[in-house]
Design a protein around this ligand. Sequence first.
Ligand SMILES: [Zn+2]
Length: 258
Amino acid sequence: MRGKRGKAYKKLMAAYHQTFGFREPYQVLVDTEMVKEATRCTMGLPAALERTLRGTVKPMITQCSIRHLYALSTAEHPNKEGLIAIAKGFERRKCNHHELEQPLPEKECIESVSLKNGHNKHRYVLAVQNKDIRALFRDILGAPTIIINRSVMILEAMNAASRRVRDGTEREKFKAGIVEVQEKKKKKKRGPKGPNPLSVKKKAPKNLAPSDKPAGQAQGGGDTEGNAKKKRKRKHGKGGEGGGQPVSAEAAISSADN
Ligand SMILES: [Zn+2]
């Protein structure tokens, strides 16, 4: 896969590596709807998964899912044998529901093998076409989900909870356990997290500074750009246009608040 999407997926998988400890070969849990949809659009699942995840994969399917495929009516699914053959090519994920007379509904089965205390314990990638099953993972940390949409396999964007962990300060907490992460999130919400008013005021003139470059300030060759800007600011302050600065500060503060 090339282009923008390929780059985005590469970055996304790098984040799953770094923040959530994902490693190749990625264990990809597939549901029966995914097997059907891939077949419908003549997509080879393992190869498509590898292209999408930018790495090697180990597709897996639960015992219950396989039983659901066997239970399909041939009238409704003339390609039933083909679907079963594809699924048999995957590693069979033991769910220990095989002793039940009927297979568990896939949602329950997949939930039971993948989630432990709300945690994607085995670091599964979920290649799941069934909406209800996908919904199980909407708020789970580090749970990459794959769907086929209009014959294109898509790695969905990281969910909000995972993004918060990726982006921040909470990474260490995550390693210590999910409960701590959740507690920290609550605390964060309570805390007023506005911009420091002092720093906002400092920034204000910068925004309105003229964009012309100080070509004549060659004497301070080693100076940073910041120094050059400071000098310019001071000049403007003395320049007599006193009304300009308070107004600009206000504007900057209001824009920072937005
Ligand atoms: Zn099962």
